[in-house]
Design a binder for this molecule. Sequence first.
Ligand code: PLP
Length: 498
Amino acid sequence: MSILYKSTRSDAPAVTASRAILTGLSPDGGLYVPTEFPKLGRPLSELASMNYRELAYEIMSKFFTDFTEEELRTCIANAYDSKFDTEKIAPLVKKDGVYYLELYHGATIAFKDMALSILPHLMVTSARKNGVTNDIVILTATSGDTGKAAMAGFADVPGTKIIVFYPHGGVSNIQRLQMATQRGENTYVVAINGNFDDAQTAVKKMFNDKEMAEELSAKGYQFSSANSINIGRLVPQIVYYVYAYCQLLASCEIREGDEINITVPTGNFGNILAAYYAKEMGLPVRKLICASNENKVLYDFFMTGEYDRKREFILTSSPSMDILISSNLERLVYKACGCDPEKNLAFMKNLSETGKYEITPDMREQLADFRGGFASEAENFAGIRELFEKTGYIIDTHTGIANAVYRAYAAETGDTTPTVIASTASPYKFAVSVVGAIAPDKVEGRTDFELIDVLSELGHTKEPAAITDIRTAPIRHKSVVDPENMPDEVRRILGVLS
Ligand SMILES: *Cc1c(COP(=O)(O)O)cnc(C)c1O
């Protein structure tokens, strides 16, 4: 069966997977969605004997149908290798009655590694398949985490360069060090005298700059983007939900066909959408619990059917979820309105023009698989601390949101379905907040690295290599530019300055 991808915003002809990966966003501004959902096709008990790479092939080959077996297997082998610090890639651990799916064993110790370690390989393969001979230049504006994970994925991948812009003084010290020490001859990091929005706006402008595209093309380059709406990021995320189920089967925690719940700490709605896609493929999932922090746009949406971004933006200790426009939600809205691009476009137009939209009661019925929840800073911290005191297990502040939301849900509903929580970052990545939750008296007067040592002692775990590395790695990237000079900085980096 061959799967194509069509836009959520028009009836433009559907494209192949490799085209969709290469272009990211549809030219009409819509997101690419598969024309139909392939089924798992084999009993889960059979899939349960596969390792991560084998299962990844099993799932991805059903979506990326224009890739040859060899192409896809090579991408997978290049992605899920010793960059991960465990052979399991995404281990599942049971603590206090809940299963934590640890998605943070990759190069930058956060779940974005799961998709960004394979995206560069999918992209280069897609370019080759479509006769593109230019080198791919990835431009990314980052508020901290995505840029680093993208660079780790693209570093030294032949045929690619990656340029990351971040707000000077606008990221944590650890995040800054992670970026500034990035290795790879094809990686470039530039701090800008501005905030994240300034960086984002300038990057978008460069993507739309036809003249610049021509200049670049003359030198053998073209821009592409690695952001989370790319189906080359979404599809690889389906794998680990099936893998979690398989691990539960293999360890006899459940029997084949038993339902599970999945709780996901959510920002841009990519990770939880992948869990929904897993359900569409036939994975027995009961509830998809969408956990938000105090920026609870999604909670309100699931409660009322109205999406309203016009509200105060709150800075929390789960910064990767501090988002008011969850881009990937568009794919769910599209599905809920019967895959009608016109209807979906009207909602998205309302969103961009008025900051909100409201779906119909019929559409709300389509979303019954989802349950929204949110946790305050205090609830998050209390949950992290309680889990630590009961079990000694330490989770980060993003996973903490899912933990608090799930435990409140279970208490309220009495639902005893086995539940997997997507554990999206290592606690070491957010050591200041995490120590603040479990041992607040130890925070004052200590530096980031001292708090990492405290965490290591409290949890009896060794700090991950990603942390050890930045303690001593040389600073390689020092440029700082004004936002209006970003295009010239890109030209300088690529050697196309006239
Ligand atoms: C990006 C991120 C999230 C949110 O994931 P979405 O796919 O954007 O919903 C949650 N936790 C961490 C640690 C992240 O980096």
